[in-house]
Design a protein around this ligand. Structure first.
Ligand code: LHQ
Length: 263
């Protein structure tokens, strides 16, 4: 039996999802998409999972689409890349944005093409100091996909987004942190310990509140101030009805540590 392309490990409220095709730098095949979809199904259904950690096996995070994977071609017709996005990448990106659990990404090595944009669809991105981010699409005559043209200008501004997308040059993790492309760059040897500790911490926090924060921040990308103030009003109303909010206030008043249950 062949190795699974996705590893799923669940412990301490954290689902660790590992892209697992290290010999091909974890490039995406159709089979890998299917396994990842299955893992996300499991995560979405299990309320005991309160944070997700995404990373790659081996020396790379993800080299994007596997350029040899012809499994998506139909008969002798030319491969419809739009169809590949519609069926595989777009639902994946939407799921990560909409997942009401914090998603930490540990970029353990090179991220290229859709691999970069998959990382940028996560909520908190840590990267090993040696990792690089390559918007490699332009080298192939393609357009950044998997949400890249949405995330890049919003995270780093138009000038840097254009530079990354039109030149396809590797951007190092330190530069990525300085630009605000990612949350933090850490020493290679510390990456997994730091990312796991962060995910474990998030898994002890008010999960519903964190999910609502995520929704609010992501909604702001296409809202006016007035619209966003309405979003905050509605989400705060919801947050104020959670058990965890009451626990947070009680713990504060009783001068003790809160015990959040994610409800
Ligand atoms: C790979 C790949 C790869 C297959 C490394 N595929 N084997 C596209 C089309 C369809 C629809 C949806 O959207 C997309 C989105 C995209 O993601 S397009 C962009 C695809 N990705 C790339 O263009 C990146 C291609 N890879 C590279 O440029 C290099 O491999 C990087 C810079 C990532 C790493 O370079 P090295 O560290 O020198 O490693 P390597 O090139 O020697 O790769 C190691 C192995 O992994 C090698 O296999 P081999 O059997 O020769 O050891 C590569 O062929 C394989 N590999 N990326 N995307």
């Amino acid at each position: 039996m062949s190795e699974p392309a996705i590893l799923l490990h669940i412990a301490e409220g954290v689902a660790t999802v590992t892209l697992n095709r290290p010999s091909k730098l974890n490039a995406f095949t159709a089979a890998m998409h299917a396994e990842l979809e299955h893992a996300l199904d499991r995560i979405e259904l299990d309320r005991a999972i309160r944070a997700v950690l995404l990373t790659g096996a081996g020396r790379a995070f993800c080299a994007g689409q596997d350029l040899t994977d012809r499994a998506m071609a139909e008969g002798d017709l030319p491969l419809d890349l739009g169809d590949t996005l519609e069926r595989l990448y777009n639902p994946l990106v939407k799921r990560l944005y909409r997942l009401e659990r914090p998603v930490v990404c540990a970029v353990n090595g090179v991220a290229a093409g859709a691999g970069v944009n998959l990382a940028l669809a996560c909520d908190i991105v840590l990267a090993a100091r040696s990792a690089t981010f390559i918007e490699a699409f332009c080298r192939l005559g393609l357009v950044p996909d998997a949400g890249g043209t949405f995330a890049l200008p919003r995270l780093i501004g138009r000038a840097r987004a254009m530079g990354m997308a039109l030149l396809g040059e590797p951007v190092g993790a330190e530069q990525a942190e300085a630009w605000g492309l990612i949350w933090r760059c850490v020493d290679d040897a510390d990456l997994m310990a730091e990312a796991s500790a962060l995910a474990r911490h998030l898994a002890t926090q008010p999960t519903r509140g964190l999910g609502l924060i995520k929704r609010a921040i992501l909604a702001s990308a296409h809202h006016t101030l007035d619209q966003q103030l309405e979003v905050e009003r509605d989400l705060q109303r919801e947050a104020g009805r959670t058990e965890d909010y009451h626990e947070g206030v009680a713990a504060f008043l009783e001068k003790r540590q809160p015990h959040f249950r994610g409800r």
